[in-house]
Structures are given as C-alpha cells and as structure tokens.
Design a protein around this ligand. Structure first.
Ligand code: FMN
Ligand code: SF4
Length: 404
C-alpha cells in the first residue's frame, strides 16, 4: 500500500532518476500529451478538482509567444502537508511534471511558488532546479530537443490567500497578495497578462507519473468521476499521522483512519475534517463511505486539499470552531467587504459561543445568514468556503441541543 502510483519512485535520488515521463513526452506532440492527460481523468489536486487536460488544452490553443506555467506550492490549507512531502521526497517528479506541462501548453517560462515557511522544501527544490540545469533537463534545447524552458523559484510571503491562483499571480508580479476579479481566468490572462496554467504540486507530479507509462494505467484506477490515486495528509488524534496514498474508492474514510492512520487516540472519534478547514465536518455515522469526490459531495463535504484532520471526543469542539474562525478573520485579504466584515463579525459571535459553552439557535441563524452574504459576494473561494466547517459543526453537534 505504501507505494501505489505517485510514490513508486520513493527512495530514489535525483541522480538515479532518468525522467521517463519527460522523455516519453518529448517524443510526442503537445496535442498527444494533452489527449493522454485528458484520457487519464486527472483532476486538479489543489482543491477545486478541475480537469487538468482541459486547462492545458485551453492554454495550448491560444496563440501567444509568451505563456507561463506556475506550480502552486503554497500549501496554506491547515492540516495539509502532502505537497511538502512531494517536494522533499520526490522533487524530481514535481519538476518533471512542471516541464511536461510547459511542453504541452507551449510555455517557455515557469515559476514554482513555495510557501515561505517551507524552508527545507525551498532548499531541496532550489538544489534540484540547479542540478536539472546542469543535466540539460531545464534550459535551452532540453535533452537535445527543440524545446527550451526556464524555471524560477519564488518564495511565498506567508498569506493563506496567496494560494488562490490569482493572488499568487499578483504576488509573483510583486503586487499585494489579493485575489483578482474573474473573468478573465488565468488561462486567458494570467501572469503579466499572458495565458497561464496554474497547477498544484500533486497534480503535476501525477501528470509526470501518467506520462511514464505507455498505457494509461491511471484511468483504470479509481472510479468514473474520481480517477487514479490521492495523497492524503492525516493529522490530529490518530496513532499514525502522515501522508498516505489511496486509490479513489478503494477505502472508506473510516478505513483510511483506522487501517492506515492506526485508529483514533483517546475516547473515540468526535468528527473528521476531510479536506482542510474549508470543508464540512463528518460525524462517525457518516464516514463509512468510499473516499471519492462524488461520495464526499453526496454527504455534503469535499475531498478538498486532502488534509484530513481527525478530532477525538476529548477535544473542546467550540475551541476548534474559534481557532478556525480566528484563522479566517486574520487571513481574509479584505478586498470584498462581506468577506472581511462577515468573518470579523462571525468571529465575535463564535468567541461568545466558546466562552459561554454553547450556541443559541439565533446565533446559528445569524451565522448562516452571514455565510450566504459572504459566499454570494466572494471574489474567490476563500469567502465561499470560510464558514463551511463552523456551520457544519454547529449543525451536526449543537443544533438539536440549543434551547434559547
Ligand atoms: C484561499 C485559497 C487558497 C488556496 N490555496 C491553494 C494552495 O495552497 N495550493 C493549491 O494548489 N491550490 C490552492 N488554491 C486553489 C488554486 O486557486 C487553484 O485552483 C489551484 O492551484 C489549481 O491547481 P489544480 O488545478 O492543479 O488543482 C487555493 C484557492 C483559494 C481560494
Ligand atoms: S473572498 Fe475574501 S479572500 Fe477572497 S478576494 Fe474577497 S475578501 Fe479576499
């Protein structure tokens, strides 16, 4: 179970990795590469799950001398550390995926934007980039082909919102990290106004692995709507926290916690946050479902970033709600008035609830109303999802008990 797809080259060093996915790619046309990625069914692993092949195809189809690819390694979603794992253990595969995406889209320049706190990842990736230039895997006429590509590493400045692709683009351009109005989407007008593909670290590593094989084995793994495998970073009250790779649909959320992560510590399971703190919590009764995009959506939550946080019954749930609310109050970029003021006002209410020890039905109603306003006016996914966890927690654990 340890090495199933993405992790097959775990333990190899950059020196003894011979870039099989890139070599196969360079012998194909960009259209053939895009077709293979489309057929694989790969969906973006940054949270939104957008089909990767379609994104690449859109940029490929735009005639422009200057296009960009960006690897999003900001990984700011609390509880998520699988991109860090990839950069620190499979740096060559992440870089291979970036180069493949550049070839497929016709981009000569790219960036990898790494979360500032990831000092070790930055060091490893910087060294790996240098070595790839020495090996002619980056730079002019890569591996003696007609394809040239330059890659630059940018260190993020520490804001959660910079993980959003348009804020990240602003940040690379030297602007304040705040989200841009969409449209235009970055694929049409991204970095420096040019067509830009932004992909998550895991997405790009998976693309490199897909390109390694003659057959499209990725498309045979998982389910119809959730193809392939997913890295899940599990933390919280489990005996074996870490980064696990699972084939979609093979294990239930319950099995992932009990069989891979060694079960729950303390007096038993309280709830699970399945995909980072932007996703709705799941109760013990809900987690006997196959781990797929469609099954988690069916029960009102999401795969999200794959950052699974397990919370035992021993925790103070209201303290967790307050921590989450503090985070969103502090991290809003402030551009949209409802997101800025809504998260601030909700934080006051959640702080009162935490101090009192229970919410009133009126408070839950007000939070729900504010959520509607924040979501509908939000320029980016931050506002749309900042209240998912808190409201689901109140709904599932407190709604029936409130008396006032
Ligand atoms: C507030 C916010 C934070 C985000 N943080 C990240 C992040 O840390 N890493 C990431 O890959 N995507 C993040 N995203 C999603 C990106 O905007 C974008 O959808 C993603 O990088 C696209 O890559 P993918 O198609 O490979 O998933 C974030 C989105 C929002 C709204
Ligand atoms: S929704 Fe929030 S985080 Fe996103 S742009 Fe608006 S204010 Fe900024």
């Amino acid at each position: 179970m340890e090495k199933i797809f993405l992790k097959t080259d775990l333990g190899k060093s950059l020196e003894n990795y011979d870039f099989p996915g890139l070599k196969r790619t360079l012998n194909m046309t960009p259209q053939q590469v895009i077709s293979k990625i489309k057929e694989s069914g790969l969906r973006g692993r940054g949270g939104a799950g957008f089909p990767t092949g379609i994104k690449w195809e859109t940029v490929y189809n735009i005639q422009d001398e200057e296009k960009f690819v960006i690897c999003n390694a900001d990984e700011g979603e609390p509880g998520t550390f699988k991109d860090r794992f990839l950069m620190e253990n499979l740096s060559f595969k992440v870089l291979e995926g970036i180069i493949i995406s550049a070839y497929a889209t016709g981009s000569k320049y790219g960036y990898i934007y790494i979360r500032g706190e990831y000092v070790k990842s930055i060091k490893i990736m910087r060294n790996a980039i240098e070595k790839l230039y020495e090996k002619n895997i980056l730079g002019k006429n890569i591996l003696n082909s007609d394809f040239s590509f330059d890659l630059k590493l940018v260190r993020g400045a520490g804001a959660y919102v910079c993980g959003d692709e348009t804020s990240l683009i602003n940040s690379i351009e030297g602007e304040r990290g705040k989200s841009r109005i969409k449209p235009p989407l970055p694929v049409f007008e991204g970095l420096f106004g040019k067509p830009t593909v932004v992909n998550n670290v895991e997405t790009l590593a998976a693309a490199a692995e897909i390109m390694k094989y003659e057959d499209n084995i990725y498309s045979e793994m998982g389910t119809e709507r959730s193809r392939g495998t997913k890295l899940i970073s599990i933390s919280g009250d489990v005996n074996k926290p870490g980064v696990y790779e699972v084939e979609f649909g093979e294990l239930s959320v319950k099995e992932i916690i009990n069989e891979l992560a060694g079960g729950v510590k303390g007096s038993g399971l309280g709830f699970v946050i399945p995909g980072g703190i932007s996703t709705e919590v799941l109760t013990e009764e809900e987690i006997d479902v196959p781990y797929t995009y469609e099954n988690l959506q069916k029960i009102g939550s999401n795969v999200g970033s794959g950052g699974m946080i397990v919370v035992s019954k021993d925790r103070n749930y209201l303290e967790i709600a307050k921590n989450v609310s503090d985070f969103f109050r502090d991290e809003t970029c402030g551009t949209c008035f409802p997101c800025r003021e809504g998260n601030k006002n909700i934080n006051k209410i959640v702080t009162d609830i935490y101090r009192r020890g229970y919410p009133t039905s009126k408070e839950i109603e007000i939070i729900s109303d504010i959520k509607g306003a924040v979501s509908s006016a939000a320029r980016c996914g931050f506002g749309e999802s900042s209240l998912n966890l808190i409201l689901s927690l109140f709904d599932k654990f407190y709604n029936k008990k409130v008396t006032v």
